[in-house]
Design a protein around this ligand. Sequence first.
Ligand SMILES: CC(C)(COP(=O)(O)OP(=O)(O)OC[C@H]1O[C@@H](n2cnc3c(N)ncnc32)[C@H](O)[C@@H]1OP(=O)(O)O)[C@@H](O)C(=O)NCCC(=O)NCCS
Length: 315
Amino acid sequence: MLRHLRRSDAAGFSGLLERHFPEENRLLGMRPAEFEHIVHRAFRWDFRLIVGLLRLFGRRIFELFVVEVDDHIAATAFVVYLPKAGYIGTVMVDDPYRRRGYAAKVVTACIENAGRAGRPYAILDVLTTNDPARRLYEKLGFRELQVGRFYVREMGPSDARFSAAPDGANIRAFHRRDAQELVRIAMGALRPDVAEVTPVEAGDFTSADFAAQVLLSETEAWVIGPPGRPRGFVRATASPAMAAANLTCPVLDPTVSEGDAQQLVERALGWVQARGAPRVVTEIKGAPPRAEATLRAAGFVPSIELRTLYRGTAG
Ligand SMILES: CC(C)(COP(=O)(O)OP(=O)(O)OC[C@H]1O[C@@H](n2cnc3c(N)ncnc32)[C@H](O)[C@@H]1OP(=O)(O)O)[C@@H](O)C(=O)NCCC(=O)NCCS
């Protein structure tokens, strides 16, 4: 039976995640008990009310499906509604239920729902080394959009300098009115086919607070440049569900000096250090050479490679 995730599924769902995403869990340092607590909390009445109201106004945020077999969660997948695409994630099938078509079933449900929600595309990320999943998606008609990679930076005692990092003259806190200009800079760096499927929108910069509230995480963002005329952006997030903190891939206008770019990233690393995270993870897609060089210079090293795949939701 295909249905939505329920509050009572939290423990089973978290257990499946722990067993079936070992590489990502090692990288991110997943904390199952905290994760389970967050899933429970996401079913709280006030969050349900907001999600319900948004749906009433035609704005769907996400759906999480499970396939239940004999009172057991056999398969799961979520779909998050981005402007042009349904982003599909946590596709997993528990061992005893594999090769029975459950993954195909739950992914197809996500694609169909994305289509019904008016999204012309479905997209997802898969590790390059994950042959079974790549075969599954190929069979379902997905094609490659771009290659990405996680970058990791271990935080250590020698990083004490970050805690004293001053407010650089050019670095300041992000403000909502910076969003439009950042959209322009970020879109300018995308290949046209990538921009068609995953366009950047103001909400990518401004809506992190609601997500952080649901996920019980802390988040903060910084920019380079005067108010309303930002030239660079980065956001850091720390969640109790994971040991590793997250940095967004820095958005950098070509006019930004390498010194300013470094200060921006160091500012975020200082914030991460103050929260005691042992590691920071960021994901770079489509290999923008500028951001990659800046992250490497700040001590990040390449880790797992992944591929973003896409297909149309019609037919
Ligand atoms: C990948 C995964 C979701 C597949 O689940 P599944 O229910 O076994 O997949 P399905 O039965 O729906 O398979 C549909 C098709 O995918 C392909 N496929 C699935 N598993 C495969 C495997 N181990 N080897 C080769 N092809 C495979 C086949 O083409 C299959 O069709 P067929 O059985 O008629 O040959 C499952 O192995 C899993 O949970 N893995 C761990 C978590 C994970 O990696 N998730 C993907 C994250 S992107």
